[in-house]
Design a protein around this ligand. Structure first.
Ligand code: URA
Length: 485
């Protein structure tokens, strides 16, 4: 309990957070009309001298202190400001004659009080978030110890929170100014400690690191915001923090890779693009005006043959020379094709191009199109996830593919995957069994069957992926041979 040295009006408090002592001394000082400037405050006793002649609080002196002030002072006293005891006494002194003082937000003392409370509350919150216990001992001796360096004197104030949160554990939190120890039944607040008193590592370390690596989202990384939330000074005591510099350094690359893997969101100008491309809906006999591929492409812009046009950005028509020997037919445009208005320009297109190159087939000399000319997808959040076209949609769009083949008159058509094969042959075909086969249609058109290049993209196992790529390359080499035939 605090004691008062009347000669120098020196108040000695038991600890940095001795609020009961401060309150008792403040009451005695105020009721004895001792002004703030005549008082000095000190924590601890340098000697054994304890003043026994503290003036008792005058029972008949009126001292009305708003309850709100007591609560706020109890928080502010945890602040590390060396002058806080005197400052709080000055506020109490002013409240005697200015009972509305606490509601004057512009008063410099009130602003200072608010800033102190805010800083303490923030530190309390940080401690709750960043205390990391390390296990010591086994079985009956098992207990958990944490080292934490708060900015303010908050260990005692926060201890109840940890008791409630970790009631079933035996733990100790060590900090430079105080320690809190819970033995499963009783909370004890003790003196401060040094970092070396706490264990450095335990098995839980690796777990924390794995957890942090997994929740780290490079695309969301805002270094400043992250450091505000998790200030650097806490890093040295967090097992996961050793990963932060590397994760930040690799974030740009990781984010780009994530973005590349992600479908883009529908273009914000979607409606405008639609309006531009579909000035008039295509009617059943509009084809009569289309005698060339460019004309047909123009007419196809207004295609309403099936409902897929509603959600897609635009019709993605075939591309390539009108006199091409070979026509490659894919399934339907993907996310990137829908936005670009061109077939096979996304991830599957890149695989396709690379393998065509390896097989010495020049993409500029072949015609590339799709069985279905509009992107079909399921919206998932901001993403558009590819959805397989159904038989009705394939059938409706076959009209365009027939027209393309009629005008181009290729020697060979390559069906890339089951949808293309179904559209070209008018029936479902088991691609895995028939890949590499050539089927001749009734009209004499030769259709070579193979897989869709996106199949290679979906294989996870590297060795299997390589093997499948090699098989597709062999198929393309066959196509090249057939092209010459
Ligand atoms: N997949 C296809 O089938 N076609 C494209 O144009 C792109 C991806």
């Amino acid at each position: 309990m605090a004691q008062l040295d009347l000669a120098i009006h020196l108040v000695r408090l038991d600890s940095e957070t001795d609020f009961a002592g401060w309150r008792d001394a403040a009451r005695r000082l105020a009721t004895n009309d001792i002004p703030p400037e005549d008082v000095a405050w000190q924590v601890g006793f340098e000697d054994d001298v304890r003043n026994s002649d503290l003036p008792a609080a005058k029972p008949d002196a009126r001292l009305v202190v708003p309850r709100d002030f007591i609560e706020r002072a109890e928080t502010a006293i945890c602040h590390c400001d060396l002058e806080r005891f005197g400052f709080l006494y000055r506020l109490l002194w002013r409240l005697r004659t200015e009972p509305k003082l606490l509601s004057i937000a512009t008063d410099p003392d009130i602003r200072r009080l608010e800033a102190m409370e805010k800083a303490v509350r923030r530190d309390i919150h940080k401690m709750r978030a960043f205390v990391r216990f390390r296990r010591i001992g086994e079985g009956a001796d098992e207990r958990y110890v944490a080292w934490f360096e708060p900015e303010h004197f908050i260990v005692e104030r926060n201890a109840d929170f940890f008791v409630r949160r970790f009631t079933g554990m035996r733990w100790t939190i060590l900090a430079p100014h105080a320690s809190a120890d819970w033995d499963g039944e009783r909370l004890a607040i003790g003196p401060g400690a040094a970092k070396r008193d706490a264990p450095a590592e335990d098995d839980a370390e690796a777990l924390w690191q794995t957890y942090f690596e997994n929740i780290f989202n490079p695309a969301r990384l805002k270094v400043k915001a992250m450091q505000k939330e998790m200030p650097k000074k806490y890093w040295r005591n967090l097992p996961e923090a050793s990963l932060i510099p590397d994760l930040i350094a690799g974030a740009d690359k990781a984010a780009s890779a994530m973005i590349a893997r992600m479908p883009t969101t529908p273009a914000p100008h979607h409606a405008k693009v639609q309006a531009k491309h579909w000035p008039t809906p295509q009617t059943a006999d509009a084809d009569e005006t289309a005698d060339t591929i460019p004309e047909l492409r123009e007419v196809a812009k207004g295609c309403h043959r099936c409902p897929l046009w509603r959600d897609a950005t635009q019709t993605v028509f075939g591309e390539g020379p009108e006199n091409a020997d070979v026509v490659f037919v894919g399934e339907q445009p993907g996310d990137q094709e829908d936005l670009a208005g061109k077939p096979f320009v996304g991830p599957a297109g890149k695989v396709f191009d690379a393998i065509l190159g390896d097989a010495a087939i020049d993409r500029r000399k072949v015609y590339v199109t799709n069985a279905v000319k509009h992107f079909k997808f399921e919206p998932r959040g901001k993403r558009r996830i590819h959805s397989k076209p159904n038989a009705g949609e394939i059938q409706a769009c076959r009209w365009w593919l027939d027209k393309e083949l009629e005008l181009i008159k290729p020697n060979l058509v390559v069906a890339l995957g089951a949808t293309a094969a179904q559209s070209l042959l008018g029936r479902a075909v088991p691609i895995t069994r028939m890949r590499g086969d050539m089927v001749e249609r009734e009209d004499g058109l030769r259709v070579f069957l193979t897989i869709h290049p996106s199949f290679i993209l979906r294989i996870r196992e590297q060795a299997d992926k390589e093997a499948e790529r090699e098989r597709f390359l062999q198929d393309m080499r066959k196509v090249r041979e057939l092209m010459g035939a």
